[in-house]
Design a protein around this ligand. Structure first.
Ligand code: PLP
Length: 381
Protein backbone atom coordinates (compact mmCIF):
# COMPACT_ATOMS: atom_id res chain seq x y z
CA UNK A 1 0.00 0.00 0.00
CA UNK A 2 1.29 3.45 -0.89
CA UNK A 3 1.74 5.78 2.05
CA UNK A 4 0.46 9.30 1.59
CA UNK A 5 1.94 11.50 4.29
CA UNK A 6 0.03 14.60 5.42
CA UNK A 7 1.55 15.13 8.85
CA UNK A 8 4.38 17.50 8.03
CA UNK A 9 3.87 19.49 11.23
CA UNK A 10 4.79 16.35 13.17
CA UNK A 11 7.93 15.70 11.17
CA UNK A 12 9.21 15.87 7.61
CA UNK A 13 11.09 13.54 5.29
CA UNK A 14 14.85 14.09 5.12
CA UNK A 15 15.70 15.68 1.75
CA UNK A 16 18.17 13.67 -0.33
CA UNK A 17 20.50 16.72 -0.72
CA UNK A 18 20.52 17.00 3.08
CA UNK A 19 21.34 13.32 3.52
CA UNK A 20 24.13 13.54 0.92
CA UNK A 21 25.66 16.47 2.75
CA UNK A 22 25.68 14.76 6.15
CA UNK A 23 26.78 11.24 5.13
CA UNK A 24 30.55 11.92 4.87
CA UNK A 25 30.48 12.98 8.55
CA UNK A 26 29.08 9.56 9.48
CA UNK A 27 31.75 7.80 7.42
CA UNK A 28 35.25 9.04 6.64
CA UNK A 29 34.97 12.49 8.27
CA UNK A 30 34.45 11.20 11.79
CA UNK A 31 36.78 13.61 13.58
CA UNK A 32 35.90 15.27 16.86
CA UNK A 33 35.53 18.99 16.20
CA UNK A 34 37.62 19.76 19.29
CA UNK A 35 40.63 17.79 17.99
CA UNK A 36 43.49 19.73 16.48
CA UNK A 37 44.51 17.36 13.67
CA UNK A 38 43.12 17.61 10.14
CA UNK A 39 39.90 15.58 10.40
CA UNK A 40 39.05 17.39 13.63
CA UNK A 41 39.63 20.75 11.97
CA UNK A 42 37.49 19.65 9.02
CA UNK A 43 34.62 18.80 11.37
CA UNK A 44 35.00 22.18 13.06
CA UNK A 45 34.89 23.96 9.70
CA UNK A 46 31.76 22.03 8.74
CA UNK A 47 30.06 23.10 11.97
CA UNK A 48 30.94 26.74 11.40
CA UNK A 49 29.62 26.59 7.83
CA UNK A 50 26.34 25.16 9.15
CA UNK A 51 26.19 27.92 11.76
CA UNK A 52 26.40 30.51 8.97
CA UNK A 53 23.68 28.70 7.01
CA UNK A 54 21.32 28.68 10.01
CA UNK A 55 22.13 32.33 10.76
CA UNK A 56 21.34 33.31 7.17
CA UNK A 57 17.88 31.75 7.34
CA UNK A 58 16.87 34.03 10.22
CA UNK A 59 19.26 36.95 9.56
CA UNK A 60 21.44 36.94 12.67
CA UNK A 61 25.17 36.67 13.31
CA UNK A 62 26.56 33.12 13.30
CA UNK A 63 27.96 33.68 16.83
CA UNK A 64 24.38 34.07 18.01
CA UNK A 65 23.49 30.47 17.02
CA UNK A 66 23.89 27.55 19.45
CA UNK A 67 23.30 23.99 18.27
CA UNK A 68 21.09 21.83 20.50
CA UNK A 69 19.55 18.37 20.26
CA UNK A 70 16.03 19.54 19.33
CA UNK A 71 13.46 22.32 19.50
CA UNK A 72 12.50 21.22 23.00
CA UNK A 73 16.06 21.67 24.25
CA UNK A 74 16.26 25.07 22.58
CA UNK A 75 13.05 26.16 24.33
CA UNK A 76 14.23 24.81 27.70
CA UNK A 77 17.61 26.49 27.37
CA UNK A 78 16.09 29.83 26.43
CA UNK A 79 13.32 29.94 29.03
CA UNK A 80 15.19 28.45 31.98
CA UNK A 81 18.53 29.98 31.01
CA UNK A 82 17.19 33.52 30.63
CA UNK A 83 14.91 33.23 33.68
CA UNK A 84 17.85 32.19 35.85
CA UNK A 85 20.26 34.78 34.48
CA UNK A 86 17.80 37.63 35.16
CA UNK A 87 16.22 36.36 38.41
CA UNK A 88 17.60 39.30 40.36
CA UNK A 89 15.72 41.66 38.05
CA UNK A 90 12.40 39.85 38.41
CA UNK A 91 10.62 36.53 38.39
CA UNK A 92 7.65 37.14 36.12
CA UNK A 93 7.28 35.46 32.73
CA UNK A 94 4.49 35.93 30.19
CA UNK A 95 3.54 33.28 27.65
CA UNK A 96 0.35 32.07 25.96
CA UNK A 97 -2.08 29.24 26.66
CA UNK A 98 -1.50 27.67 23.25
CA UNK A 99 2.26 27.14 23.39
CA UNK A 100 3.81 23.75 22.74
CA UNK A 101 4.49 21.64 25.88
CA UNK A 102 8.20 22.45 25.38
CA UNK A 103 7.31 25.97 26.58
CA UNK A 104 4.28 25.27 28.80
CA UNK A 105 5.90 22.52 30.86
CA UNK A 106 9.14 24.50 31.11
CA UNK A 107 7.19 27.44 32.52
CA UNK A 108 5.35 25.14 34.93
CA UNK A 109 8.68 23.80 36.11
CA UNK A 110 9.86 27.37 36.77
CA UNK A 111 6.65 28.09 38.71
CA UNK A 112 7.68 25.33 41.11
CA UNK A 113 10.96 27.20 41.58
CA UNK A 114 9.25 30.44 42.62
CA UNK A 115 8.73 32.17 39.28
CA UNK A 116 5.33 33.66 38.41
CA UNK A 117 3.94 32.89 34.97
CA UNK A 118 1.02 34.56 33.18
CA UNK A 119 -0.61 32.50 30.43
CA UNK A 120 -2.31 34.81 27.92
CA UNK A 121 -5.62 33.76 26.44
CA UNK A 122 -6.24 33.77 22.70
CA UNK A 123 -9.22 34.74 20.53
CA UNK A 124 -11.32 32.31 18.48
CA UNK A 125 -8.64 32.29 15.75
CA UNK A 126 -5.79 31.64 18.16
CA UNK A 127 -4.30 35.13 18.28
CA UNK A 128 -3.14 36.72 21.52
CA UNK A 129 -4.60 40.07 22.54
CA UNK A 130 -1.97 42.84 22.54
CA UNK A 131 -3.95 44.93 25.05
CA UNK A 132 -4.02 42.00 27.45
CA UNK A 133 -0.27 41.62 26.95
CA UNK A 134 0.29 45.30 27.81
CA UNK A 135 -2.00 44.97 30.85
CA UNK A 136 -0.22 41.99 32.42
CA UNK A 137 3.31 43.39 32.12
CA UNK A 138 4.62 44.34 35.55
CA UNK A 139 7.79 45.74 37.10
CA UNK A 140 9.23 42.25 37.57
CA UNK A 141 8.48 40.87 34.06
CA UNK A 142 11.76 39.59 32.64
CA UNK A 143 10.70 37.44 29.72
CA UNK A 144 7.88 37.17 27.18
CA UNK A 145 7.65 33.97 25.16
CA UNK A 146 5.08 33.77 22.36
CA UNK A 147 5.27 31.18 19.60
CA UNK A 148 5.64 32.48 16.04
CA UNK A 149 3.12 29.97 14.66
CA UNK A 150 1.02 27.30 16.30
CA UNK A 151 1.69 23.64 15.59
CA UNK A 152 -1.97 22.54 15.71
CA UNK A 153 -3.96 25.32 14.06
CA UNK A 154 -1.20 27.14 12.16
CA UNK A 155 -2.11 30.61 13.43
CA UNK A 156 0.73 33.12 13.03
CA UNK A 157 1.09 35.65 15.86
CA UNK A 158 1.74 39.39 15.30
CA UNK A 159 5.41 38.98 16.19
CA UNK A 160 6.57 42.49 15.23
CA UNK A 161 3.83 44.12 17.30
CA UNK A 162 4.66 41.90 20.27
CA UNK A 163 8.35 42.71 19.98
CA UNK A 164 7.60 46.47 19.89
CA UNK A 165 5.80 46.11 23.22
CA UNK A 166 8.63 44.08 24.75
CA UNK A 167 11.15 46.73 23.62
CA UNK A 168 9.08 49.50 25.15
CA UNK A 169 9.30 47.80 28.54
CA UNK A 170 12.83 46.47 28.10
CA UNK A 171 11.72 42.84 28.39
CA UNK A 172 13.44 39.95 26.62
CA UNK A 173 11.38 38.38 23.83
CA UNK A 174 11.68 34.69 23.02
CA UNK A 175 9.73 33.00 20.24
CA UNK A 176 9.28 29.30 19.55
CA UNK A 177 9.63 29.31 15.77
CA UNK A 178 9.88 25.54 15.36
CA UNK A 179 6.86 25.46 13.03
CA UNK A 180 7.56 28.80 11.39
CA UNK A 181 11.22 28.62 10.36
CA UNK A 182 11.53 27.49 6.78
CA UNK A 183 7.79 27.93 6.22
CA UNK A 184 7.43 31.71 6.48
CA UNK A 185 10.03 34.52 6.31
CA UNK A 186 11.81 35.09 9.62
CA UNK A 187 14.18 38.02 10.12
CA UNK A 188 15.09 38.32 13.78
CA UNK A 189 16.52 41.81 13.34
CA UNK A 190 13.57 43.23 11.45
CA UNK A 191 11.10 41.44 13.72
CA UNK A 192 12.89 42.44 16.95
CA UNK A 193 13.32 38.89 18.26
CA UNK A 194 15.84 38.37 21.08
CA UNK A 195 15.72 34.60 21.28
CA UNK A 196 14.33 31.94 18.92
CA UNK A 197 14.05 28.14 18.77
CA UNK A 198 14.10 26.04 15.62
CA UNK A 199 14.23 22.33 14.92
CA UNK A 200 15.79 20.27 12.12
CA UNK A 201 13.17 17.59 11.65
CA UNK A 202 10.46 20.12 10.77
CA UNK A 203 12.50 21.38 7.80
CA UNK A 204 13.66 18.17 6.12
CA UNK A 205 16.73 17.54 8.28
CA UNK A 206 16.82 14.50 10.60
CA UNK A 207 15.36 14.27 14.11
CA UNK A 208 17.66 15.09 17.01
CA UNK A 209 19.08 18.44 15.95
CA UNK A 210 17.92 21.94 16.82
CA UNK A 211 19.27 25.44 17.14
CA UNK A 212 18.80 28.33 19.47
CA UNK A 213 19.37 31.95 18.50
CA UNK A 214 20.14 34.27 21.38
CA UNK A 215 20.93 37.88 20.58
CA UNK A 216 24.41 39.03 21.54
CA UNK A 217 24.36 40.76 24.92
CA UNK A 218 21.50 38.71 26.36
CA UNK A 219 22.63 36.51 29.20
CA UNK A 220 21.48 32.96 29.80
CA UNK A 221 22.62 30.21 32.10
CA UNK A 222 23.64 27.07 30.32
CA UNK A 223 21.34 24.10 30.42
CA UNK A 224 23.91 21.32 29.98
CA UNK A 225 27.15 21.40 31.94
CA UNK A 226 30.33 19.75 30.76
CA UNK A 227 32.96 20.68 28.17
CA UNK A 228 33.47 24.02 26.50
CA UNK A 229 31.60 23.36 23.26
CA UNK A 230 29.28 25.95 21.70
CA UNK A 231 31.14 28.88 23.15
CA UNK A 232 30.85 27.32 26.59
CA UNK A 233 27.06 27.52 26.43
CA UNK A 234 26.07 23.96 25.51
CA UNK A 235 28.36 21.14 26.54
CA UNK A 236 28.63 17.81 24.74
CA UNK A 237 30.62 16.65 21.72
CA UNK A 238 29.02 18.20 18.68
CA UNK A 239 26.70 16.08 16.55
CA UNK A 240 28.64 17.04 13.43
CA UNK A 241 26.65 15.11 10.82
CA UNK A 242 23.31 16.40 12.05
CA UNK A 243 24.61 19.94 12.42
CA UNK A 244 25.76 19.77 8.79
CA UNK A 245 22.32 18.45 7.83
CA UNK A 246 20.56 21.28 9.63
CA UNK A 247 22.81 23.82 7.92
CA UNK A 248 22.01 22.38 4.48
CA UNK A 249 18.27 22.23 5.26
CA UNK A 250 18.36 25.91 6.28
CA UNK A 251 20.21 26.86 3.10
CA UNK A 252 17.63 25.05 0.96
CA UNK A 253 14.78 26.56 2.97
CA UNK A 254 16.14 30.06 2.48
CA UNK A 255 16.69 29.66 -1.26
CA UNK A 256 13.28 28.03 -1.88
CA UNK A 257 11.12 29.90 0.57
CA UNK A 258 8.96 31.73 -1.93
CA UNK A 259 8.23 28.67 -4.09
CA UNK A 260 7.79 26.49 -1.01
CA UNK A 261 5.20 28.84 0.46
CA UNK A 262 3.31 29.21 -2.81
CA UNK A 263 3.22 25.46 -3.42
CA UNK A 264 1.99 24.62 0.09
CA UNK A 265 -0.54 27.45 0.12
CA UNK A 266 -2.08 26.16 -3.10
CA UNK A 267 -2.47 22.64 -1.70
CA UNK A 268 -3.81 24.01 1.59
CA UNK A 269 -6.37 26.29 -0.04
CA UNK A 270 -7.50 23.58 -2.47
CA UNK A 271 -8.05 21.19 0.45
CA UNK A 272 -9.90 23.78 2.56
CA UNK A 273 -12.16 24.77 -0.35
CA UNK A 274 -13.04 21.19 -1.25
CA UNK A 275 -13.81 20.19 2.32
CA UNK A 276 -15.91 23.27 3.00
CA UNK A 277 -17.84 22.82 -0.26
CA UNK A 278 -18.44 19.11 0.10
CA UNK A 279 -18.82 18.33 3.80
CA UNK A 280 -21.53 19.69 6.04
CA UNK A 281 -21.00 20.69 9.67
CA UNK A 282 -17.27 21.32 9.46
CA UNK A 283 -15.36 24.10 11.13
CA UNK A 284 -11.95 25.34 10.07
CA UNK A 285 -9.87 25.93 13.21
CA UNK A 286 -7.26 28.69 13.23
CA UNK A 287 -6.92 31.97 11.39
CA UNK A 288 -7.96 31.93 7.72
CA UNK A 289 -5.38 34.52 6.62
CA UNK A 290 -2.53 34.52 9.13
CA UNK A 291 -1.90 30.84 8.82
CA UNK A 292 1.09 28.59 8.08
CA UNK A 293 1.17 27.77 4.35
CA UNK A 294 0.81 24.00 4.84
CA UNK A 295 -1.58 23.86 7.80
CA UNK A 296 -5.23 22.85 7.91
CA UNK A 297 -7.25 21.86 10.97
CA UNK A 298 -10.93 20.95 10.71
CA UNK A 299 -13.50 19.82 13.27
CA UNK A 300 -16.02 17.34 11.84
CA UNK A 301 -19.10 17.63 14.03
CA UNK A 302 -20.26 14.36 15.56
CA UNK A 303 -17.19 12.35 14.51
CA UNK A 304 -14.20 11.50 16.65
CA UNK A 305 -10.92 12.70 15.18
CA UNK A 306 -9.35 9.45 16.24
CA UNK A 307 -11.88 7.39 14.30
CA UNK A 308 -11.14 9.48 11.21
CA UNK A 309 -7.44 9.00 11.73
CA UNK A 310 -7.75 5.22 11.93
CA UNK A 311 -10.00 5.03 8.88
CA UNK A 312 -7.49 7.12 6.91
CA UNK A 313 -4.64 4.96 8.16
CA UNK A 314 -6.40 1.88 6.74
CA UNK A 315 -5.86 3.34 3.26
CA UNK A 316 -2.31 4.56 3.87
CA UNK A 317 -3.08 8.18 4.72
CA UNK A 318 -1.16 9.78 7.62
CA UNK A 319 -2.76 12.76 9.36
CA UNK A 320 -3.15 13.88 12.95
CA UNK A 321 -5.84 14.72 15.49
CA UNK A 322 -6.00 17.57 17.92
CA UNK A 323 -6.69 15.25 20.80
CA UNK A 324 -4.12 13.34 22.78
CA UNK A 325 -5.42 10.08 24.15
CA UNK A 326 -3.75 9.19 27.41
CA UNK A 327 -4.56 5.99 29.32
CA UNK A 328 -7.92 5.65 27.64
CA UNK A 329 -9.12 9.12 28.65
CA UNK A 330 -9.49 11.54 25.80
CA UNK A 331 -8.08 14.88 26.81
CA UNK A 332 -9.13 17.58 24.36
CA UNK A 333 -6.30 19.64 22.89
CA UNK A 334 -5.33 22.62 25.06
CA UNK A 335 -5.05 24.69 21.88
CA UNK A 336 -8.54 23.88 20.59
CA UNK A 337 -10.00 24.40 24.06
CA UNK A 338 -8.24 27.77 24.30
CA UNK A 339 -9.86 28.98 21.05
CA UNK A 340 -13.24 28.18 22.58
CA UNK A 341 -14.12 24.78 21.19
CA UNK A 342 -16.22 22.42 23.31
CA UNK A 343 -14.51 19.16 24.31
CA UNK A 344 -16.68 17.37 21.79
CA UNK A 345 -15.71 19.64 18.90
CA UNK A 346 -12.07 19.64 19.98
CA UNK A 347 -12.07 15.85 19.95
CA UNK A 348 -13.54 15.84 16.45
CA UNK A 349 -10.61 17.59 14.84
CA UNK A 350 -8.27 16.44 12.11
CA UNK A 351 -5.02 18.20 11.27
CA UNK A 352 -3.72 17.81 7.73
CA UNK A 353 -0.36 19.45 7.12
CA UNK A 354 1.12 19.55 3.64
CA UNK A 355 4.76 19.28 2.59
CA UNK A 356 6.71 19.54 -0.62
CA UNK A 357 6.44 15.79 -1.17
CA UNK A 358 2.65 16.04 -1.55
CA UNK A 359 1.16 16.41 -5.02
CA UNK A 360 -2.24 17.77 -6.01
CA UNK A 361 -3.13 14.20 -6.93
CA UNK A 362 -2.35 13.11 -3.36
CA UNK A 363 -4.51 15.92 -2.04
CA UNK A 364 -7.39 14.88 -4.32
CA UNK A 365 -7.09 11.28 -3.14
CA UNK A 366 -7.24 12.47 0.46
CA UNK A 367 -10.23 14.74 -0.21
CA UNK A 368 -12.23 12.06 -2.02
CA UNK A 369 -11.63 9.51 0.70
CA UNK A 370 -12.16 11.89 3.58
CA UNK A 371 -15.53 12.99 2.17
CA UNK A 372 -16.61 9.34 1.82
CA UNK A 373 -15.40 8.36 5.28
CA UNK A 374 -17.21 11.28 6.92
CA UNK A 375 -20.44 10.49 5.02
CA UNK A 376 -20.29 6.82 5.95
CA UNK A 377 -19.53 7.47 9.61
CA UNK A 378 -22.42 9.92 9.85
CA UNK A 379 -24.81 7.55 8.03
CA UNK A 380 -23.98 4.67 10.31
CA UNK A 381 -24.28 6.55 13.60
N1 PLP B 1 7.68 23.77 19.49
C1 PLP B 1 6.76 23.54 18.55
C2 PLP B 1 5.82 24.63 18.14
C3 PLP B 1 6.67 22.28 17.94
O1 PLP B 1 5.74 22.05 17.01
C4 PLP B 1 7.58 21.27 18.36
C5 PLP B 1 7.48 19.91 17.81
O2 PLP B 1 6.42 19.43 17.47
C6 PLP B 1 8.53 21.59 19.33
C7 PLP B 1 8.56 22.84 19.88
C8 PLP B 1 9.53 20.57 19.78
O3 PLP B 1 10.52 20.34 18.81
P1 PLP B 1 11.37 18.99 18.84
O4 PLP B 1 10.47 17.91 18.32
O5 PLP B 1 12.52 19.26 17.92
O6 PLP B 1 11.80 18.78 20.23
Amino acid sequence: MDIRYFDNAATTKVKSEVLEEMLPYLKEEYGNASSLYSIGRKAKRAIEKARRQVAELINCNPEEIYFTSCGTESDNTAIKGIAKAYRKKGKHIITSKIEHPAILHTCQSLEKQGYRVTYLSVDENGKINLDELRRVISMDTILISIMTANNEIGTIQPIEEISKITKMYNIIFHTDAVQACGNIPIDVQKMGIDSLSLSGHKINAPKGIGALYIKKGIEFEKFIDGGHQENDKRAGTENVAEIVALGKACEIAKNNLENHMKYLQELRDYFIKQIEENVQDVKLNGDREKRLPGNTNFSFKGIKGETLLLKLDEIGICASTGSACSSGVEAPSHVLTAIGLSSELANSSLRVTFGEENTKEDASYLIKNLIEIVENLRKNK
